[in-house]
Design a protein around this ligand. Structure first.
Ligand code: ATP
Length: 214
């Protein structure tokens, strides 16, 4: 069996240090062989992104370059229509056989899971990892409490020994940064130094992204 494949999906509009630290912490906690950052095409439950798909991808590629074991998987941008995670995981399962796959998400994204297309099928296709995030103190949907109770406690070695079906919580040091904060800072003409990698900042400047006067 190949080593653990971890997936961190998102809009990445734009990618920021919170995403990147989460990816690194996650890969370390799972001893993952590979971590893929996966930008989504048309987020079904969210307003349309401020940057185009190719701009979001270029920023993500720039952010991931030089990070060992972390790469970008652009399959959802290549597929027409909305990005349904269940379709992505089905395709990955076909490609990867019985390799352990871990779908990771922040606690805020996990809280909204019951609104995802065919969400109950996800745990049969991959493990789920929930990353703690500073601004998420929501009460969980009872359906998620049931899922948590059914999946039972898991650790990294349980995950590595089976392809799917476990749910793990991974505590990461909080970095209270979001793409919303980045876009607000830009709209106000404020500095983004140390909130996004320098290479991402260069692309934002070059394309004049997220400015109020665009
Ligand atoms: P927005 O502010 O536009 O909602 P976002 O910063 O939450 O965006 P997404 O692209 O939606 O970014 O996030 C992708 C994934 O990364 C989600 O699972 C989200 O919970 C997680 N994430 C985002 N920011 C952080 C952070 N600071 N720490 C840990 N996880 C994060």
């Amino acid at each position: 069996m190949k080593g653990v494949l971890a997936i961190l999906g998102g809009t990445f509009d734009p990618v920021h240090i919170g995403h990147l630290r989460a990816a690194i912490e996650l890969a370390e906690a799972l001893s993952a062989a590979e971590l893929r950052l996966m930008p989504c095409a048309v987020p079904p439950h969210r307003p349309q992104p401020g940057a185009s798909p190719s701009q979001r991808l270029a920023m993500l590629e720039a952010a991931a370059s030089g990070l060992t074991g972390i790469r970008v998987d652009a399959r959802e941008l290549d597929r027409p229509g909305p990005s349904y995670t269940v379709d992505t995981l089905s395709a990955l399962r076909t490609e990867e056989g019985d390799r352990p796959i871990v779908l990771a998400m922040g606690a805020d994204a996990f809280a909204g899971l019951p609104s995802w297309h065919r969400w109950e099928e996800l745990i049969g296709l991959a493990h789920l990892a929930v990353l703690t995030r500073p601004d998420s103190h929501q009460r969980l949907d009872p359906r998620l409490e049931t899922l948590l109770a059914q999946a039972g406690p898991a650790d990294a070695s349980t995950l590595a020994g089976q392809p799917a079906g476990a749910l793990i919580r991974i505590e990461i040091p909080p970095i209270p940064v979001s793409s919303t904060l980045i876009r607000q800072r830009l709209a106000e003409g404020r500095s983004l130094a140390h909130l996004v990698p320098a290479a991402v900042l260069a692309l934002i400047d070059q394309h004049g992204l997220y400015r109020r006067d665009r």
